[in-house]
Design a protein around this ligand. Sequence first.
Ligand SMILES: O=C(CO)[C@@H](O)[C@H](O)COP(=O)(O)O
Ligand SMILES: [Fe+2]
Length: 215
Amino acid sequence: MAIIAPSLLAADFLNLSKDIELFNNSEAEWLHLDIMDGRFVPNISYGFPVLEKIRKATDKVFDVHLMIEEPEKYTEWFKAAGADILTVHYEACRHLHRNIQQIKSLGMKAGVALNPHTPINVLYEILPDVDMVLLMSVNPGFGGQSFIPNTINKIKKLRTLIDEMGLKVEIEIDGGISAKNAKEIVDAGATVLVAGSAVFGAPDPVAVIKELKSF
Ligand SMILES: O=C(CO)[C@@H](O)[C@H](O)COP(=O)(O)O
Ligand SMILES: [Fe+2]
């Protein structure tokens, strides 16, 4: 049974308190927060004032996905804004190991994210130091895109690598996930499913979360 992490990016920003209440009353354990800087990705999302307000409205885990250049400049800010898990992109970090150490030294769990074109084998030396790997199953920057089928092969390869190394690392998959493909993703070895438009775009987000949880 996977952890479900609805992505706030697809919530109704004119009615955030309603969507947070739905989330609070659902079986989802984590809230996925996408931070975009207009440099690493072509889009700009939301920032600290939004995070700080939502932090006061939920006790669930804050799963923060940084799609930003130089994430090390903001690690302490995200800790202060309430992040529990902070994930940086492999492609955005010149000193990934140092960034992971910095995140963990502040008491957060540390994740590393890979873009769809980045192979699993770049993780070999960092895997023992991270709590989670996030595999992008769409190109980062936007919600509502289609799942890239090759992600299933990547999940299987990563599952094998983690098991062979005897590690306990979460595998989070992000982008284009719905009740239609969730079973295949979980069966391949994923442990955390991010879903934005499939959850907040649905008439009954709580029911969709329940269905995703059943796989
Ligand atoms: O990180 C990202 C996009 O860059 C994701 O977290 C999306 O927000 C997921 O949205 P859907 O694909 O589920 O609509
Ligand atoms: Fe994300």
